[in-house]
Write a protein that binds this ligand. Sequence first.
Ligand SMILES: Cc1cc2nc3c(=O)[nH]c(=O)nc-3n(C[C@H](O)[C@H](O)[C@H](O)COP(=O)(O)OP(=O)(O)OC[C@H]3O[C@@H](n4cnc5c(N)ncnc54)[C@H](O)[C@@H]3O)c2cc1C
Length: 362
Amino acid sequence: MTDKPLNIVIIGAGVMGACTAYYLSKNPSCTITLIEKTDIACGASGKSGGFLALDWNDHSQYLGSFSRTSFKLHQELAKELDGESQYGYRPLDTYSVVFDPKGKASKDSLDWTNPSRSIEQIGTKRTTAQLHPGFFTRKLLEEAKRTGRVEIKIGRGVSKLIYENDRDIGGVVLEDGTELRADRVVVAMGPWSGKLPLMNDTIPISGSHVHSIVLQPKDKIPGQALFTTIMHESKTFEPEDETVYICGASDKEPLPTSADQVVVDAKAIDALIHQAGHISYKLSSQNAKLIKRQACYLPISDETGAPLIGPHASYKNLYLATGHSFWGILNSPITGKMISEYLLDGQVSCVSQDVASFFIPS
Ligand SMILES: Cc1cc2nc3c(=O)[nH]c(=O)nc-3n(C[C@H](O)[C@H](O)[C@H](O)COP(=O)(O)OP(=O)(O)OC[C@H]3O[C@@H](n4cnc5c(N)ncnc54)[C@H](O)[C@@H]3O)c2cc1C
């Protein structure tokens, strides 16, 4: 590497862009410009459940060790950055619960929920945790900026890439026509990654629309996560100490051009409010205040279902960090670390070569 710092542009200030900037910023041999079209953590990275699990991807040889490493990086980050007070990081117990509002309930239940049909503990404070994803994303960027090597530009998106020739990327062009030259470009645009025009093809990523609500119950509820099935309806449900986060199933609403245009459907929100009352009377509309009604898009990796992490096979100097679907918060530290190693060392050492090659964009 020459003495001149490596000039890197990252597109997108969701959790992937933030983790990439954070790990890159530790190295003085690079300068980083992060371009965000709307706002930091304005998409799924600010609206997800922030649930983390050590071993829930163990069914896959590659994803299993990737997620385990990322869970441990979260533990390290929480210690380094005081995650507990800075972004609500906390280990918790996790349960799978089936509610049947019309049927018989068993005696087994948690002391704050309605009686359930069945309940099983599926995670402990050693294997599951939760954080506030928007605060986490912002904290990483705050730390990255503190190094003096990271500039964040908000409010103008990237419209296209600069090509030195057909296959060499030399920077990005913003929506107002401004050109930013770069030695390397990282695409961390979540579900919008598939909208970035390439010379001859597209990045195979799309978006899946999901609603969520945050409730503030009058009574305190313990820090636990529930993955619930309400017979005839189902969803994921994750309470925090003073607020309760609930998200629903995905629907077919198409991806808009930017995060501030995402549609929030009143009927989908009403359904979540209604379901909350089936889980606990403490979450009924009489006993809990609705403080957030929101929707966002999961980034879906259309060809393999697995995240795309690493150098693009067809374009030099172009790197992808996208397509993480339901586990993007969990897998963001390992993704940022892998991209920083690709860019600065030319190869990855934080996971095995076998694992790294599983995620390389083809
Ligand atoms: C309802 C829901 C619940 C979830 N719960 C969990 C969970 O409990 N645990 C977990 O691990 N994961 C969870 N996830 C998944 C996780 O939230 C996502 O995988 C992750 O946030 C994706 O991060 P990202 O940075 O790739 O994308 P995003 O957060 O979408 O960020 C992409 C950014 O790129 C910007 N952008 C777009 N176009 C441009 C452009 N042209 N120029 C510049 N910037 C641009 C956008 O404005 C946005 O800020 C959940 C997701 C959803 C939808």
